[in-house]
Design a protein around this ligand. Structure first.
Ligand SMILES: [Zn+2]
Length: 137
C-alpha cells in the first residue's frame, strides 16, 4: 500500500470538523525550526490554529489518533478566535464538553480511534464518523 499523504491521514479529522459545521484545510508550511518531517499548518474556519506533524513511519491508526488529538487541542485552544465557540467534537445534546479521544488500543478496537463522551463512555463514535450535532431529544 502506498504511504498515505498528510491530506489523506487528515481526512477523517476533516470529516469530523465538517460534520460539526467547521471548515478546515492544511497549508504546506512548517513552524520555525520544523525539521525534515512532514508538517502542515491547520486552518479551521479561516483561522490558523496550529501545526500538525506527520510521521509516515507510524501505523495509520496511530497517526490518525495523533493528528485528531493535536487538531482537537488546537481547536479548543483557539475557541475564543473562532466564530463558533462550541466545543469540538460536539457531544450529546445538553453536553457542553467536547468528546474525548480514546486510542483504538484502549478499546480493543480494530477499527481505529474513537471519540467518547467523558460522562457516558457507552456513547462513542469513530474518528472520521462523527454524525454531527445530534438533535435535542
Ligand atoms: Zn457527553
Amino acid at each position: 500500500m502506498a504511504t498515505p499523504t498528510p491530506e489523506e491521514l487528515f481526512a477523517p479529522v476533516a470529516h469530523d470538523l465538517s460534520a460539526c459545521g467547521r471548515t478546515s484545510r492544511l497549508v504546506e508550511r512548517s513552524p520555525d525550526g520544523g525539521g525534515p518531517r512532514l508538517w502542515r499548518q491547520l486552518v479551521v474556519d479561516s483561522v490558523p490554529v496550529g501545526y500538525l506533524e506527520f510521521d509516515v513511519d507510524l501505523d495509520t491508526d496511530v497517526q490518525v489518533e495523533i493528528i485528531a488529538g493535536h487538531a482537537q487541542d488546537a481547536v479548543l485552544e483557539n475557541l475564543p478566535s473562532l466564530t463558533d465557540s462550541r466545543a469540538w467534537p460536539a457531544c450529546r445534546p445538553g453536553h457542553a464538553h467536547p468528546m474525548r479521544l480514546v486510542p483504538a488500543a484502549a478499546l480493543d478496537s480494530d477499527s481505529g480511534p474513537r471519540w467518547v463522551c467523558p460522562a457516558d463512555p457507552s456513547f462513542r463514535v469513530p474518528v472520521g464518523g462523527h454524525p454531527g450535532p445530534l438533535p435535542q431529544a
